[in-house]
Design a binder for this molecule. Structure first.
Ligand code: UD1
Length: 419
């Protein structure tokens, strides 16, 4: 059995660079299916979810060539099918982007319902609503989503809930549709803007990404180009929280400081010294920190994908804190693992009440991607040895994690135990 073993606690020093954004990459790579030509995509992270989505593109008939470790060229001019490989699609959440991309390019798609981390119900009704408004039929049978259109026509769609996935999927389906599409109450996450910028670089006309209203004027064809993915906001935040928890002085490089505003202000409120540069942030923590209240919200609010890592940090900070999860209905399952390390966390509905204190190393399990990152943070800030099983969840979103963390002083190694 594979595990990550961490020995805490020592302050961290040095520099760590952030990779390209996972959630942008897993949308931009399928978006290349819309392009009748070659897309060169730079700064892709070397993580499992990206490899999975690339495999799916290849099975759909796209040719994908690695130029180097972080750059691929995708040529979708000869797609051979609109049917995504079921086994692969059901392994990850972002496979739902194949629906929008294939529908947009081929007027039809068959894709298994998505998998991914389990935070309670994860509906796709808003994606369906968008496709129907564009003129497609959508049916779900035996876990497969079938969508079909004679022709896609621009329309106005109001999203009842702010949804990252639905906003991107409707953009993908609309860029080649006839006429104008307006998405109201759109999500504003950095990767929404990144996908829009990618589409525009390939020849689309998408305006307003990053605001509540996105306007898309359909174009007859997209012909290809070159695009570089933004740095990962969540990976950057994970490293910032890790440095705050373990103490010391760490420069997190290749970052867009504006994307980190909600986290930066919370860290400063706790007493962490945060210095912003053009494309890096220095985290310094020497003394003790104080408890705070945090509420997750769509961007520019505090990201739900940093909630478990923030709870891990707050568990090590003396005093009371509250963390309210307002995006997902059930994103506190990992708390039992922190409790095994001695954390005092009470869950009351959407709220976690944390009485911070001293944790101890323990045997724990990564229950999902960000929960796994939270356990690394707790382990690095805690006396003794913490062993995290199921590290494959962490590998879905963090590339070469133990080597990169060792470079700033985290005592972490991957071990293999006989089952
Ligand atoms: C994306 C991210 C995920 C992150 C989430 C919120 C990817 C691959 N995943 O997930 O890491 O946690 O954004 O920032 O980018 N909802 C509906 N109907 C829908 C779609 C969503 O009611 O059709 C609800 C969800 O239940 C949830 C909320 O909207 O409560 C936000 O979900 P959404 O933004 O769509 O998340 P994902 O795109 O799945």
């Amino acid at each position: 059995m594979e595990k990550l073993r961490i020995s805490g606690t020592n302050p961290l020093f040095g520099e760590i660079a952030v990779c390209g954004a996972k959630n942008a990459a897993v949308a931009i790579i399928p978006a290349a299916l819309l392009v009748n030509g070659v897309c060169r995509i730079e700064n892709i992270p070397d993580i499992k979810d990206v490899r999975l989505i690339i495999d799916m593109l290849v099975q759909l008939g796209a040719s994908v060539t690695y130029v180097n470790d972080t750059t691929i060229e995708v040529n979708s001019s000869r797609l051979k099918t609109h049917v995504a490989p079921t086994e692969l699609a059901s392994k990850m959440r972002a496979s739902y982007y194949l629906l929008g991309a294939l529908l947009g390019r081929m007027n039809k798609a068959e894709v298994a319902l998505p998998g991914g981390c389990n935070f309670g119900t994860r509906p796709i009704d808003l994606h369906e609503k968008g496709f129907r408004a564009l003129g497609a039929t959508v049916e779900i049978e035996d876990g497969i989503v079938y969508t079909n259109a004679q022709e896609l026509c621009g329309c106005t769609i109001y999203l009842d809930t702010v949804s990252v996935g639905a906003t991107i999927n409707i953009m993908l389906a609309a860029v080649l549709a006839k006429g104008r599409t307006v998405i109201e109450n759109a999500a504003k996450e950095p990767h929404i803007v990144d996908v829009a910028n990618f589409l525009n670089a390939m020849g689309a006309k998408v305006r307003g990404a990053g605001t509540d209203v996105i306007r898309i004027t359909g174009v007859p064809e997209m012909r290809g180009g070159c695009y570089s993915i933004i740095p990962d906001q969540i990976e950057a935040g994970t490293f910032m929280l890790l440095a705050a928890a373990a103490g010391g002085e760490v420069l997190v490089r290749n970052i867009i400081p504006k994307h980190m505003d909600s986290l930066t202000s919370k860290l400063e409120e706790m007493g962490v010294n945060v210095t912003e540069y053009d494309d890096s942030i220095r985290i310094e923590r020497s003394g003790s920190l104080k408890g705070i209240s945090v509420r997750t919200m769509p961007y520019p609010g505090f990201p739900t994908d940093l909630q478990p890592q923030m709870v891990a940090l707050l568990s090590t900070v003396k005093g009371n804190s509250t963390v309210t999860e307002d995006v997902w209905e059930n994103r506190f399952q990992y708390v039992d693992e922190l409790r095994a390390m001695g954390a005092d966390i009470e869950i009351s509905g959407k709220k976690a009440l944390i009485k911070g204190g001293t944790l101890h190393g323990s045997e724990v399990r990564a229950t999902d991607l960000r929960a796994g990152a939270a356990l690394i943070i707790a382990g690095a800030a805690t006396e003794g040895v913490t062993q995290i099983s199921s590290p494959h969840y962490i590998d879905r979103g963090y590339s070469d994690i133990e080597r990169r963390l060792r470079s700033i002083g985290v005592k972490i190694e991957r071990i293999f135990e006989a089952d």
